[in-house]
Design a protein around this ligand. Structure first.
Ligand code: GDP
Length: 443
């Protein structure tokens, strides 16, 4: 179990920005989906060789607390459960009366507490800290969760405080659960499949509350590996009565997808690939999940030769964006290839967590550019100076170029595919982002 760090603070001090910065970059994309509440409050972070979990406890004080008295309670629970606490203050709005209250809440607790003053973008703004020392704390960490100023010093101190509690990053990564979402239209066989998976081997199964209030996950262990089937306990238990009533809920699917590493996209072999299947697959793709397409009820069509090929073809042409996703024909009814699913999940997850060294990624990019010159843009030659991997899950790279808008869609795709091939990332989404840089040297 990794140490847990709770982030607490008033609403709008920047808790979720800090949370996102320390956990995953893909959260940023979530905001592009209007109407979807971002309620991810639990995530994993790795800093140097230290792995820990982060909990964003929601707001405390002010309007939010009045509306949701349980939020205060949530913070107290988090304080009890956490191994360290990060108390976030707002350097832009200055000291607030609530800050005394919240500081009092953590005073005297016997675990590391770091007081952070957020929204400080540089040393010239650090003067504001003087005010915050009035809270009677020994040390303050000025930082900008949004722009990154001060982050290094802060996380170094945080992880130093966790020393001894943290397993080394590699061990933690290996023992980490693979989070799996099972998504698909009603009646494609999701619950049959999940039950079959869990019955098939002698596995240890338990239920755990998910991060959202109504989600209950199924935890499943197989040898040394742990899998968390996200928000599936309900699906597993569903009765036939509910089956008739079940409507496809996109929000529910999105919530599961938002919390998973690998999405099992279940389709019904009898129906073929429907528009709704493609929509669901699209959401999984947009969220940057590793994807595996399971064509279920294969017992109904398996005697028909050539069918597997036709299905693959249909999926590849209709959902082009999923060209990297492995496709498996399975049957929850007979158990056909159900065991195989986890072999594929393990492969996809390993790729999903891959780190490519900076030397290696730059060699790959140079080779790609040598093989296929970037097109001229308004008479100017596009230059790729330097590329580096900024995150895993999914593997995300940033490349510094002289003029990002000049990277044509097709050239972007070419480069992504070259990385995919050369770095053995063929079964997962790969993100390649461009940033402007006028000089030659990386900073
Ligand atoms: P869910 O709504 O996606 O969870 O689907 P269910 O698991 O409830 O399955 C819907 C129906 O399809 C049920 O009548 C299942 O018995 C049936 N079913 C599920 N998997 C298979 C399969 O592999 N083969 C066949 N022939 N029927 C299946």
């Amino acid at each position: 179990m990794k140490p847990v760090v709770a982030i607490i603070g008033r609403p709008n001090v920047g808790k979720s920005t800090l949370f996102n910065r320390l956990t995953r970059t893909r959260d940023a994309l979530v905001e592009n989906f209007p109407g979807v509440t971002r309620d991810r409050i639990y995530g994993d972070a790795v800093w140097n060789d230290t792995a820990f979990s982060l909990v964003d406890t929601g707001g405390f004080g002010g309007r939010e607390d009045a509306l949701f008295p349980q939020v205060g309670r949530q913070i107290r629970d988090a304080l009890e459960g956490a191994d360290a606490v990060v108390l976030l203050l707002d350097g832009k709005s200055g000291l607030s009366p609530f800050d005394d209250e919240i500081t009092a809440l953590v005073r005297g607790i016997e675990k590391p507490v770091l007081h952070v003053v957020n929204k400080i973008d540089g040393p010239d703004q650090e003067g504001i800290l003087a005010d915050f020392f009035r809270l009677g704390v020994d040390r303050l960490f000025p930082l900008s969760a949004e722009h990154g100023y001060g982050i290094h010093d802060f996380v170094d101190a945080l992880t130093a405080g966790l020393a001894g509690l943290c397993p080394a990053a590699r061990d933690a990564a290996e023992s980490m659960e693979t989070r799996i979402a099972v998504v698909g239209r009603p009646n494609v066989g999701k619950s049959s499949l999940i039950n079959r998976i869990l019955q098939q081997e002698r596995v240890v199964v338990s239920e755990l509350p998910g991060t959202t209030r109504d989600a209950v996950d199924t935890l499943y262990r197989r040898g040394q590996r742990a899998y968390r089937l996200v928000d599936t306990a309900g699906i597993r238990r569903k009765k036939s009565v509910h089956r008739k009533l079940e409507k496809f809920s996109i929000i529910k699917a999105l919530k599961s997808l938002d919390r998973c590493d690998v999405a099992l996209i279940v389709i019904d072999a009898g129906d073929g690939l429907t528009d709704q299947d493609v929509t669901i697959a699209g959401y999984a793709h947009e969220r940057g999940c590793g994807c595996i397409v399971l064509v279920n009820k294969w017992d109904l069509v398996e005697k028909n030769h050539g069918m597997a090929g036709r299905f693959q073809e249909q999926i590849r042409t209709t959902a082009k964006f999923l060209h990297f996703a492995p496709i498996l024909q399975v049957s929850a009814l007979t158990g056909l290839r159900v065991r195989k699913i986890f072999t594929v999940v393990d492969r996809v997850y390993a790729q999903y967590c891959t780190r490519v060294s900076t030397g290696e990624i730059n060699r790959i990019m140079e080779e790609a550019v040598r093989r296929h010159d970037p097109p001229l843009h308004k008479g100017r030659r596009l230059k790729f100076y330097y590329t580096t991997q900024v995150s895993i899950r999914p593997p995300t790279f940033v490349s510094f170029v002289n003029y990002p808008p000049a990277v044509h869609f097709s050239y972007h795709r070419f480069l992504t595919n070259q990385i995919r091939k050369a770095a053995a990332l063929e079964a997962v989404p790969v993100r390649l982002l461009f940033r402007r840089r006028s000089g030659r040297q990386p900073s």
